[in-house]
Design a binder for this molecule. Structure first.
Ligand code: ZN
Length: 113
C-alpha cells in the first residue's frame, strides 16, 4: 500500500497532456484512464469522465474530514489515485475523476515514449 498525498493544483506533470494514450498505475502498471476521456475541469488536477477499463479502478467511500468523498484506488495494488465527484460532463458520464499526476504514468498510443 503506497500512500500519496494530494499534490498542489497545476503542479502535476500530466495536467496538460493532450496526446492520445493511456494513463497507467505508477505502482503496478495496469491501465487506468485514457486521454479521450480526459477533460479540462479547471481544478488543476488531471480529470477524467470515465475509466479505461471497468474493474481496474475501485471506489472507496471516504468520510474523514467530516464530508463524504469517494476515493478511487487501483483495484490491483490498492494505490490511492484521487477522488471521484459527480460534477463531470453531463453529456458523458456526469462523473469527474480527479487524479493525482503522481499516481499515473502516461503511455503514448503509438507505443514510443
Ligand atoms: Zn496499481
Amino acid at each position: 500500500m503506497v500512500a500519496i498525498g494530494t499534490e498542489r493544483a497545476w503542479t502535476g506533470k500530466h495536467v496538460n497532456v493532450k496526446e492520445d494514450g493511456t494513463f497507467t498505475c505508477v505502482v503496478c502498471g495496469v491501465d487506468l484512464f485514457k486521454t479521450e476521456k480526459k477533460f479540462e475541469s479547471g481544478s488543476g488536477w488531471p480529470s477524467f469522465s470515465d475509466v479505461a477499463e471497468k474493474g481496474n479502478v475501485h471506489r472507496v467511500v471516504d468520510e474523514s474530514y467530516g464530508m463524504k468523498r469517494v476515493e478511487v484506488v487501483c483495484t490491483q495494488c490498492g494505490s490511492h489515485l484521487g477522488h471521484v465527484f459527480e460534477d463531470g460532463p453531463k453529456e458523458d458520464t456526469g462523473l469527474r475523476y480527479c487524479i493525482n499526476s503522481a499516481s499515473l504514468n502516461f503511455k503514448k498510443k503509438d507505443g514510443g515514449h
